[in-house]
Design a protein around this ligand. Structure first.
Ligand code: NDP
Ligand code: GDR
Length: 329
């Protein structure tokens, strides 16, 4: 029998990579899409041939139960969220409904669907390094104190502990991946890596003069999304559910990101193309993220394959091709 998986957030960066991974492993893949006429549906169907689309929303418990009844999954990957940290201050209540309470709805739907077999559906929760916020130790691992700094981070902490609580209360096979930033050519353009790779491509083609950013000193542990979805899958293949940090163990500032990205198109004096505007500064910043994935390496045999420079090169080169085509060059 083919294994079956249900993915929320399938239209997002990780949903597409995870869908590809699971299809390549012979899974029957079901994806939850929200909205009456989601513009990304065509992209999902093109990228994931054979995927089954179900409609529903994390804020609507009954839609999740119906999706479970239709998909009858062995594995449930909860990737859906309002995921843009900056937006979460402007829409804190909505972020809480989706990114926090949505996790409770997903867990509750799986619990109700599973009846007297609590571990029937293996559950993955997309937790985040944003939960560390005002970091207390370096590097951050599974035991580091959580001190979130944004409504998004607070919502993720709720989802994280609720996942642990359902595992401990009901015996569900529920795992959390505490994933550090991961990027790709599929990353949304609002996130800093893609904003930079698109701007660098356009500047090199003479289509744009400069890029306007916020804090250039923040440091992130950036990996490749394609590597990170492998870790999600590995977590659900374990006999016992657990929580794992997934990271590269390297940290780089936004300035270093700019330097490497401009270097891909042969520009070394990158400072002259960069402006700063308070509009892109956050009310509270996460200054330094660097993770330790020693537990995942030991227990799951996982380690990242793509390094920082290779990732930046992949994204800039992709955007040069994409921006050229868009501009008809
Ligand atoms: P994206 O922002 O690319 O995708 C988010 C997905 O959530 C989209 O498919 C979106 O659908 C869906 N979604 C939004 N609101 C709802 C809702 N009300 N009901 C159902 N689905 C909804 O995120 P990523 O792919 O980058 O990340 C995947 C998950 O991992 C997220 O939970 C994110 O918070 C978390 N995460 C991401 C990290 C990263 O660096 N990428 C690091 C750590 C955690 P739609 O297209 O309709 O908007
Ligand atoms: P982050 O990613 O908040 O870490 O959350 P983002 O790329 O938005 O910001 C990273 C850092 O860059 C600084 N920055 C800017 N960021 C954006 N978006 N735009 C700018 O113009 C800009 N200038 C500077 C930010 O201040 C920040 O320090 C991502 C999301 O995918 C979350 O969902 C996920 O949980 C975490 O990664 C891990």
């Amino acid at each position: 029998m083919m294994p079956r998986a249900l993915i929320t957030g399938i239209t997002g960066q990780d949903g597409l990579y995870l869908g590809e991974l699971l299809l390549s492993k012979g899974y029957e893949v079901y994806g939850l899409i929200r909205g009456q006429n989601n513009p990304k549906r065509a992209l999902v169907e093109k990228t994931l041939p054979g995927v089954h689309i179900l409609t529903g929303d994390l804020t609507d418990l009954s839609s999740l139960i119906r999706a479970l009844e239709a998909a009858k999954p062995d594995e449930f990957y909860n990737l859906g969220a309002i995921s843009f940290v900056a937006y979460s201050w402007e829409n804190a209540s909505l972020t809480t409904e989706v990114t926090a309470k949505g996790v409770l709805n997903a867990l509750e739907a799986v619990r109700l669907y599973s009846g007297d077999e609590p571990a029937k559906v293996r559950f993955y929760q997309a937790s985040s390094s944003e939960m560390y916020g005002k970091v207390q130790t370096v590097p951050q691992d599974e035991d580091t104190l959580l001190w979130p700094r944004s409504p998004y981070g607070v919502a993720k902490v709720f989802g994280h502990y609720m996942t642990i609580n359902y595992r401990e209360s009901y015996g569900m096979h529920a795992s959390s991946g505490v994933l550090f930033n991961h990027e790709s050519p599929r990353r949304g353009p609002e996130f800093v890596t893609r904003k930079v790779s698109q701007a660098v491509a356009r500047i090199s083609l003479g289509l744009q003069k400069s890029i306007v950013l916020g804090n250039l000193d923040a440091r992130r542990d950036w990996g490749f999304a394609g590597d990170y979805v492998e870790a999600m899958w590995l977590m659900l293949q374990q006999d016992v559910a657990d929580d794992y940090v997934i990271s590269t163990g390297e940290t780089h500032s936004i300035k270093e990101l700019l330097e490497k990205a401009f270097a891909v198109v042969g520009i070394t004096d990158w400072e002259q193309y960069v402006e700063q505007n308070p509009e892109f500064m956050r009310p509270a910043e996460v200054d330094l993220l660097i993770g330790s994935s020693a537990k995942a390496t030991k227990a799951l045999g996982w380690s990242p394959k793509v390094g920082f420079e290779e990732l930046v090169k992949m994204m800039v080169e992709n955007d040069v091709v994409e921006q050229k085509a868009l501009a008809g060059l």
